[in-house]
Write a protein that binds this ligand. Structure first.
Ligand code: S3P
Length: 430
């Protein structure tokens, strides 16, 4: 079991980049593969999850060349996709699963899809329900709530769907299905979720209208290949920025990070807790805002995190919980029940890891309450093969008195394969 040795006096500093955004990388592969013409993707995230999406399209006959972090897709349009000769494996990737179910439902052939043991326990009925309303035909266990699922694709019609949960994966599945449906497909959101699908559909020439919280697509034939630059993943950056925010004397700059408002709730939380946050060189590229983020240590205070910001920082909650253990006073996280259906039950996993490490933290029905500031201690923890739990435990080990022993770290390669090396480069002994 990996031992994360107790750190003597350290500071975090340096200037760096993090790998490309996971959500944007998935979408670029999907839209490039269903478009006509060449799509080039720069700064693609070469992590396990995104490679599942690449493999799915290779099984449908799409030529995708990879050279380092650049992908070149030779798109033949949707009509060029072939019926897969074998079941498609989605691995651990919820985004591949939900988005591909939407797309495959609209394609005129059969497909069989499955995932690993974690993905097989994550709900798929959230996409199956609206896709059935559109005319999609599926068979699966427990009323098609879980993978594996068999699809008999094609013949969809548009619907108007009022989203019962705040999920960009569900929204995107419906929009992708809508590209191949007759009539208008409209999704109405309650709170805004990440809008990368909408931005990228525009860049690939889809007929899409975004009106506040209503998004509609109308099928207009084939999309056209384009060039996509993937900004750094703010979810990956959040782990390293947290290290800088909780270790006195630290100052870290991460360049070229995606700071789309629907993703950047974490920066708002950092600022509200009192950290020093500066964003420079803001630029829009392919409809996505990016910038250079500098975070410096300052004493932190507890805050309440709830409501519309939750979907804008849902993946950052494990690391925000660690941040809160180093803030004076109470941090309350509410309306985050979606955490229970991520790669693992992240409310339970976060509370278990941080309790073992000496934090004052309680699980609630839809979040957690953390009382700070606490000196954390060493201990033996489980990551539940969840990349974000593993990375949170690694960052925690920088400030514990005593070693942290973790069952395994291999899940980190799902979203940030060079995480340990990148972290070692910014940790300096003083
Ligand atoms: C994602 C959306 C979020 C997020 C996941 C990636 C996406 O899930 O947690 O890591 O790329 O659309 P939900 O939309 O289900 O909340």
């Amino acid at each position: 079991m990996p031992v994360l040795a107790k750190q003597d006096s350290i500071r975090i500093y340096g200037s760096m980049e993090v790998p490309g955004d996971k959500s944007i990388s998935h979408r670029a592969v999907i839209l490039g593969s269903i478009s006509k013409g060449t799509t080039t993707i720069e700064n693609f995230l070469d992590g396990e999850d995104c490679m599942r999406t690449v493999e799915a399209f290779r099984l449908m006959g799409v030529s995708i060349e990879k050279s380092g972090n650049t992908l070149q897709i030779d798109g033949k349009g949707k009509s060029g996709l072939q019926e897969p000769q074998e079941p498609i494996y989605f691995g651990n990737s919820g985004t591949t699963a939900r988005l591909m179910l939407g797309l495959l439902a609209s394609l005129p052939f059969s497909s069989f899809v499955y995932g690993d043991s974690s993905l097989a326990q994550r709900p798929m009925d959230r996409v199956i329900m609206p896709l059935r309303e559109m005319g999609g035909k599926f068979i699966g266990r427990m009323e098609t709530s879980y993978l594996p699922i068999a699809l008999d694709g094609g013949n969809l019609h548009g619907i108007t769907y009022n989203m019962p949960i705040n999920s960009a994966q569900v929204k995107s599945a419906i929009l992708l299905a809508g590209l191949g449906a007759t009539g208008v497909t409209k999704v109405i959101e309650n709170y805004p979720t990440r809008d990368h699908t909408e931005n990228m559909l525009q860049a690939f020439g889809a007929n899409i209208n975004v009106m506040h919280n209503e998004i509609e697509v109308i099928s207009n034939g084939e999309l056209h290949g384009t060039e996509v630059y993937v900004p750094g993943d703010i979810s990956s950056a959040s782990f390293l920025l947290t290290a800088a925010a909780i270790i006195p004397g630290s100052c870290l700059v991460i360049n070229n990070v995606g700071i789309n408002k629907t993703r950047a709730g974490f920066l708002e939380v950092l600022e509200e807790m009192g950290a020093s946050v500066t964003v420079l060189n803001k630029t829009v590229i392919g409809g996505e805002l990016k910038g250079d983020i500098q975070v410096a240590y300052r004493s932190l205070r507890g805050i309440t995190i709830e409501g519309e910001i939750i979907p804008r920082l849902i993946d950052e909650i494990p690391i925000i919980a660690l941040l809160a253990t180093q803030a004076e006073g109470k941090t309350i996280i509410r309306n985050a029940e979606e955490l229970k259906v991520k790669e693992t039950d992240r409310i339970q996993a976060v509370v278990e890891v941080l309790t073992t490490l000496g934090a004052q933290i309680q699980a609630t029905k839809d979040g957690m309450v953390i009382e700070g500031k606490t000196q954390l201690i060493g201990g033996t923890v489980m990551s539940y093969h969840d990349h974000r739990i593993a990375m949170m435990a690694v960052i925690a080990s920088l400030i514990t008195e005593g070693n942290v022993i973790i069952d395994e770290l291999s899940s980190i390669s799902i979203s940030y394969p060079n995480f340990m090396d990148d972290l070692n480069n910014i940790v300096h002994k003083v």
